[in-house]
Ligand binder design. Structure first.
Ligand code: GTP
Ligand code: MG
Length: 489
């Protein structure tokens, strides 16, 4: 039986035990959540670019960026049949709110509620991207109003309830020491701690690295991989990817008008264009013959950033991309958005059943501790049994141990172990480090060889204890791969 089915079964068992108690309602909420999209929170320090990145992932400019009191409220963006916004006040029932859209951005009228009295906003929006995951925008940590930070904290590390998010995208900015501290604080708490299991890091506002030079993303990639390889960060997030969020958001919402305006810059001789783009100020104020007003130029800067204007006009000049559609694809790629989407796909979405089951089981374990009833012991035991024996959870546990540095061995063996148990994605080719188009014969052969290698390691008396335990899990992963390949024949 799959993990999610086992989780459903134990929830069923718990429902009988807790019928008629205050936990009845909570259990049905947990059950519904198993069938709903994965919940992914976007967190990080104030102005790290969280809302902008969320918009890039949705493909629409929904979340307000910059000022506005709604940035201080935890806001859910979920798919639904019609457009609506609801507020959950701290006291009293949920109520619908009025909203308008300007340039795509939703402007919510709190209807007399004060931001500090709102527990959360729920934006329901028919959008393809939200069908796969519900995104949760959180107020920046370390903001001037610490109350807002507290809300993010409560959201991700609640005292009593189940964790609202199944996974976290944590934005880090330019090696900000406080960011890692903050992540570590999460990690030390019991509940929805980001662990390498359900958290990925984004080096945000990557275009600002190196003052927006054209090679900014290359520098950002180097910084991100150094950051991601550091012991402190590795035990907290699965990997760190650089993303220029503003450019990513613009890439997915690009208009023909904007492309037309940047064509004017692209038409300039290279030297003149370079001079014009030396600084934001120059771009706005010099060269009236360009045929763009100051307002238009300011708008371009707000949408692309100086790096984006440089990059996009260069792409147009070199005819790398001609139409808005081509340009949109190219910018999504170069901003790091395409990579981020892939990583979310392989580390979160492919594992969604496991991550959702994990949230449900943690919540259930909490309930059995908080309210002891006849039969609740048996529920607790079943939860423990699934957590301890289901292979996907063993893989996650080994992954955490590897990331925490507890599993030691030859570096290439540790790296192979990490991949085999799904650390870089759970598909067969990702686990076996083969190209995506590798055929079943090639995959079967590689899985067979890995099986032999890891059996030997698991059984060898020379293997250190932690590695031997991990090797047994890897053996089971290889067997799973072989069985899967056999079935697909
Ligand atoms: N150059 C550049 N600017 C960015 C990027 N991402 C966001 N910004 C700008 O930074 C400012 C803050 O962005 P937001 O997305 O609102 O940041 P946030 O983390 O949601 O902010 P709070 O919710 O207030 O904590 C806005 O002016 C954005 O345009 C980026 O990748 N590059
Ligand atoms: Mg925000």
């Amino acid at each position: 039986m799959s993990v999610i089915d086992r989780t459903r079964a134990v929830l069923e068992q718990a429902t009988t035990v807790y019928r008629g108690t205050p936990y009845g309602g909570r259990l049905s909420a947990i059950r519904e959540r198993l069938d709903a999209p994965l919940r992914v929170a976007v967190a990080g320090r104030v102005k790290a670019g969280k809302s902008t990145l969320l918009n890039a992932l949705v493909g629409e400019r929904l979340a307000p960026t910059d000022a506005g009191e709604c940035t201080r409220i935890v806001t859910w963006y979920r798919d639904g049949p019609s457009y609506r916004v609801d507020a959950t006040p701290k006291q009293g029932p949920s109520r619908p709110l009025r909203f308008t859209r300007e340039d795509g951005v939703i402007d919510i009228d709190l209807g007399g509620l004060r931001a500090e009295d709102v527990a959360q906003l729920v934006v329901t929006w028919p959008a393809q991207a939200l069908r796969a995951m519900t995104l949760i925008d959180t107020p920046g940590i370390g903001s001037l109003s610490e109350q807002a930070a507290q809300r993010t904290w409560d959201m991700l590390v609640p005292d009593d309830e189940e964790t609202p998010a199944d996974a976290v995208i944590y934005l880090l900015r330019h090696l900000h020491a406080g960011d890692v501290e903050f992540l570590r604080a999460f990690h030390d708490t019991e509940v929805s701690r980001p662990s390498p299991v359900n958290a990925i890091g984004v080096l945000s506002r990557a275009d600002e690295i190196g003052a927006g030079r054209l090679d900014a993303m290359a520098s950002a990639r180097r910084i991100a991989s150094r950051l991601g390889a550091g012991a402190g960060v590795r035990r907290l997030v699965q990997s760190v990817v650089p993303v220029a969020g503003l450019l990513a958001e613009t890439a997915v919402t690009l208009t023909e008008t904007e492309v037309g305006q940047l064509r004017r810059v692209a038409a300039l001789p290279v030297r003149q264009a370079e001079e014009l783009l030396l600084s934001a100020d120059r771009f706005v104020r010099t060269m009236p013959e360009l045929g763009l007003t100051e307002l238009e130029r300011e708008a371009l800067l707000a949408r692309f950033g100086l790096f984006g204007v440089r990059l996009t006009s260069t792409l147009l000049r070199r005819e790398v991309a001609g139409t808005a559609t081509e340009l949109s694809r190219e910018l999504a790629e170069r901003s790091g958005l395409t990579d981020l989407r892939e990583i979310i796909g392989s580390l979160f979405l492919q594992r969604r059943d496991i991550l959702k089951s994990r949230s449900a089981l943690l919540a259930l374990a909490e309930a059995t501790r908080a309210l002891v009833r006849p039969g609740s012991d048996a529920v607790a035991a079943s939860v423990e049994e699934i957590m301890a024996s289901a292979h996907p959870f063993n893989e996650l546990r080994v992954l955490s141990s590897v990331r925490a540095g507890w599993v030691t061995g030859r570096p290439d063996a540790v790296a192979e172990l990490e991949r085999l148990i799904g650390g870089s994605g759970s598909s067969a080719h990702e686990r076996l480090r083969l190209p995506a188009d590798a055929g079943p014969a090639e995959l079967t052969e590689a899985a067979g060889q890995a099986l032999v290698r890891w059996q030997r390691r698991a059984e060898s008396p020379m293997t250190p204890y932690e590695m031997a335990l991990a090797a047994r899990v890897a053996v089971r992963s290889c067997e799973g791969l072989l069985a899967g390949l056999e079935r697909s024949r």
